[in-house]
Design a protein around this ligand. Structure first.
Ligand code: 4AD
Ligand code: MG
Length: 432
């Protein structure tokens, strides 16, 4: 009789039958007569019980040799077990050792952050890290599902670029044969060109900021989702953003129940995340901060403590709109009646997770764009292609960028973005 090969996730389909699973030993307990093997295979965790006088000497010895992270094929009978975390258990019939692992470094005791970061390639095997990466994948899936089903086309902007998008202070420089090149900070400018070709587009890819910030919100390399929409103005863009973020959160709640439980996430807080989201203007935010004892004047940018204080008043993400023109990027469209502020919004996540989206309506008037180029001392030559977009059939358009890792940190309820990405690139950390 052939034995079912299956993943731990799928054992429920084989209750009462034997299965063979390729797996690793996560942990082990043993009395003289019974060994409890905690096994993991990437799809989940399960306990396998080996009873000495049922399995025979050879299988018992093989099970006894297993150390943490030893690799094996286990064959066992699937039983429903209400007491176990997964709801199922295996009664061991056979153990085939692939390799006995010696001195696995990431043991079950507490380790410091530096040690764990040095062993990130192994750290990701733990239940908590597995849960985070599974939720990250679900977020990516939900992002693509939202845009693919709302008339957007996926477009991939370049990673090597000749010029900057979000200012020049944090560009990664490299050589492109004899020319200077930079790793992209944002695909936005290219996405504007794509929106004029395809209407509604989105990109999803890595972006780079050589920022000397060592905070719980900053990565040097992070992934961004950047939609760009022709014939869409500021107000409509905000409505799309709140639908989009709500869809992502609700998808994780529906499809990652187990993972959220592993992370001990308070899901009641996420259940609120449905449109509409509250909105306040930058002016109102400044007034609120001043009323609450912050020493901040109109025209200054918000830091993490400001954003956290503002977000505390809401159980959903909050849009802060109409920032001073001086504070924001060259491409943002000034408010028609009040050019000292721009038609933009930052979306601030609840629970202190800070800005997850930055977006705006873009300047569509060629003359005004020319003036902004002069004011920001940008080279007309380097950006000629971008200026062409305002010359040949310019239209009102808007777009935004969602930072994937900050979104993962918020939805998972994590202390720091370093756990949101398989191999984080942080200030002074390029290994592993
Ligand atoms: O606000 P930012 O800089 O906006 C842009 O780059 C626009 N060009 C986007 C657009 O309109 N197409 O970045 C957008 C988002 C932030 O809200 C934040 O979530 C994330 O990207 N982000 C970072 N995430 C992790 N580490 C960093 N260093 C980040 N910098 C920005
Ligand atoms: Mg921003």
């Amino acid at each position: 009789m052939s034995i079912n090969r299956c993943g731990i996730r799928d054992v429920y389909q084989f209750v009462g039958q034997p299965v063979r699973i390729g797996c690793w030993l996560y942990n082990k307990r043993s009395s003289g007569k019974i060994q409890f093997l905690q096994l993991r295979d990437g799809t989940g965790f399960i306990q396998a019980v080996a009873v000495r006088n049922e399995v025979g000497e050879e299988v018992w010895d093989a099970a006894s040799k297993l150390t943490q992270e030893s690799s094996l094929y286990v064959t066992g009978l699937v039983r429903e077990d209400a007491r176990s975390q997964s709801g199922y258990e295996l009664t061991v019939q056979n153990v085939e050792i692939i390799q006995i692992a010696q001195d696995y470094p990431v043991t079950h005791k507490e380790h410091g952050v530096d040690f764990l970061m040095d062993h990130r390639h192994l750290w990701i095997r733990t239940p908590r890290q597995r849960a985070i990466l599974a939720i990250r994948a679900e977020i990516v899936r939900a992002v693509q599902q939202f845009f693919d089903s709302h008339g957007f086309t996926l477009v991939d902007p370049p990673i090597l670029t000749p010029s900057s998008c979000e200012g020049t202070t944090n560009l990664f420089h490299t050589k492109y044969f004899d020319e200077d090149a930079y790793l992209t900070q944002s695909g936005q400018l290219y996405m504007e060109a794509a929106a004029m070709a395809l209407g509604r587009v989105y990109s999803f890819g890595p972006t780079f900021r050589a920022e000397k910030s060592k905070t719980r919100r900053h990565l040097i390399e992070f992934w961004m989702i950047e939609p760009e929409m022709a014939f869409v103005e500021h107000e409509e863009s905000l409505r799309i953003q709140e639908q989009f973020v709500s869809h992502v959160v609700q998808s994780v709640l529906s499809n990652c129940e187990k993972e959220l439980k592993v992370l001990d996430r308070d899901t009641a807080k996420l259940a609120h995340v449905k449109p509409p989201f509250p909105r306040i203007t930058y002016d109102e935010a400044i007034q609120f901060l001043q009323d609450n004892g912050f020493d901040i004047a109109w025209g200054e940018d918000f830091g993490a403590p400001h954003e956290t204080a503002i977000a505390e008043g809401y159980d959903k993400p909050v849009f802060i709109t109409h920032y001073p023109t001086e504070l924001k990027a060259f491409y943002m469209k000034p408010a028609p009646e009040r050019p000292e502020v721009v038609l933009c919004a930052d979306l601030i996540a609840p629970e202190g997770y800070g800005e997850i989206i930055g977006g705006s309506q873009r300047i569509d008037d060629p003359e005004l764009m020319g003036q902004r180029f002069e004011a920001h001392q940008l080279s007309m030559e380097a950006y000629q292609w971008y200026l062409d977009l305002r010359k040949y059939g310019t239209v009102p358009h808007s777009g935004f960028g969602l930072g994937l890792e900050r979104t993962v940190a918020w939805i998972c309820g994590l202390e720091h973005v370093r756990e949101t990405i398989p191999f984080p690139r942080l200030l002074y950390r390029l290994y592993p």
